[in-house]
Design a protein around this ligand. Sequence first.
Ligand code: ATP
Length: 298
Amino acid sequence: FMLYRLQPQVRHVDGARVNLMSLTTAIDDVMSLLDRSDKPYIRSGKTRFTGLRQAIAFRAVDFCYGPGEKTALQNISICIPKGKTTAIVGPSGAGKSTLISLICRFYDPTSGEIEIDGQPLPQLNLADWRDRIAVVSQSVHIFSTTVYENIAYGRPEATEAEVIAAAKQANAHEFISQLPQGYQTQVGDQGVRLSGGQRQRLALARAIIRNPEILILDEATNALDSISEHLIQEAINALSQRCTLIVIAHRLSTIEQADQIIVIEEGQVTEQGTMAELLKRDRLFAQLYRLQYRNAQL
Ligand code: ATP
């Protein structure tokens, strides 16, 4: 009887917990805004963004983080076509992450323009634009809660079926099912420790559940276990059929499968093309390729 009496309270607490989860999302948003206190105010545009039709185009984009800083990007003119996979390659500090920050509009170019289907990015409604982009960064944050909520965090109103579908697409369902309490298993600091590859797949599921149109991946530089690596690659290949994929690429398999490779060195695009084209040109990319994959057949 006591349990029966308690049921509404339990439900209430459960509801509060869910509310807290969405509040965490809001706090996260505020924190990331605060984190950008040094950044110039980014004003939203008025045009509603309903979907990418053709391409994201950089037109002679220069970018500098601030007075006294060196130019992070210089005269970038590239085209990222809808539905294709673009790999961004280059040495550390070349400007790859900066390029991604500009696409997400965390900053605006110092000069030049980024156009979305021919329209300047600042004219688009910022929330609409960011809503269509998902970023999977190298440093995956796992919240101290259940696996389920770690995925649903990407879209708190998602149904259970959607959470599972996202996990399946990220090739995470199988390992989740083998955890002690499946999707209800606690992970994070106080819970089950996940391997790097499992964390990556969880992050991928969190991105997939948002059904993004543009998926940006910052590929892990550290080695993952080979099973995870294969499963992640497989999931990404499937996603590349549905999304405009932009990958800061470190793995040969990703680079090989890209529709175009953009090589950045010291803030400038120095090479651009398919893998075959870049190997033929025999510049930095070909050198890196040989150095990194000495045993690969050329
Ligand atoms: P990595 O592969 O190491 O991540 P990257 O190619 O992504 O490097 P960026 O992080 O885009 O390179 O950095 C490009 C340049 O801009 C570097 O010289 C870096 O020091 C500088 N930079 C990056 N972020 C900031 C910042 N917030 N403020 C000032 N300078 C920055």
